[in-house]
Design a binder for this molecule. Sequence first.
Ligand SMILES: Cc1ncc(COP(=O)(O)O)c(C=O)c1O
Length: 377
Amino acid sequence: MRDPTKELIGRKKLELDTPCLVVDLDLLDENLQKMQAWVKAAGKALRPHAKTHKCSTLAKMQVANGAIGICAAKVSEAEALINAGMSGVLITGPVAGREKINRMVSLLERAPFLMAVVDHPATIALLQGRLAENGRQLDVLLDLDVGQRRTGVPPARAADLAEAILSSGNLRLRGVQAYAGHVQHIPRYEDRKAASREALGKAAAVFKQMRQRVESCTVFSASGTGTARIDLSSPELTELQAGSYALMDAEYLAIESADGSDAADYHPALTMLTTVVSGPHGRQVTVDAGLKALYRDGGRPRVLNPEYGKLQYDWFGDEYGKLSAPNRATLLPELGMVLEMVVSHCDPTVNLFDRLHITRAGKLVDVWPIDLRGRCQ
Ligand SMILES: Cc1ncc(COP(=O)(O)O)c(C=O)c1O
């Protein structure tokens, strides 16, 4: 089917209809290559997380750059990635309940190398029943809670769960997952390093024991954008599942990088274009990106236009935002002017749009569907 948005190709970035999401292809490419080079130099593998960009075209670009597969947060995200022809999919969130388990097991028909995580004996029992009925095997990682208390079992209970997997029959224990979400945004690099070392250390001890006992246990998957460079020095870690590094956001730009500077390791490849639709109202103008366009979480969106960099964005209801000048000397943009901002938190913002506008040197070169959008099941 003809995609009318493709007819815009060649148009100048600042002439796109707003609010919209824009990705600078060169910056994206640099981010992907940088991470891949660090991972390769450390002798590790990269299975990046697609939950942050929700775009199978971008996921394929990551694989083309050397990633061994792709992570999905939920079964519905995995379905979309598999529908797009991707393999090496790891579902990083625990799957609970009969319906969801049936849905995941039916994916094995098209994706025999699908991997999932487990963190509860009841899930292992349900999964085992369904897999046996279907005559299928599923590779699983034991999900470890290394401090976030969101999913996973505490390391002290890992041995019991490993036993349940090993005696199940149709589940194959492939290793462990230990995502330390609670440490990714610790602002100071040294604090983040200490917290990540502690979190991963606990998981490494479990992994070493399991690896000695079980031949198929070869995967230790962990890490995110905030700790990737720290975690690469863990001898036990085998693969990283970082995600935000590809597009980046204000929340990640705000943390200190490895050399202690404010300059982030990765570029803000993703931005939002927004237009001034009203004002000035005193020392502020109103723009067309509000709650329905910019998810309110994480850092404050940052205006990138150098002459307007001092303006502060605030959410101003569903449809609007306001840009306020800190003092009289600060220039306000005129009605109709298009501004470019780094979004606060990339994952839930991307989830609000249908497409990414791909630009190079200020011109639209492609339009990629955000095909995992809304897939939170
Ligand atoms: C389980 C899991 N792995 C990896 C990631 C990717 O982390 P980041 O976006 O910090 O790189 C996330 C993000 O929330 C996650 O939940």
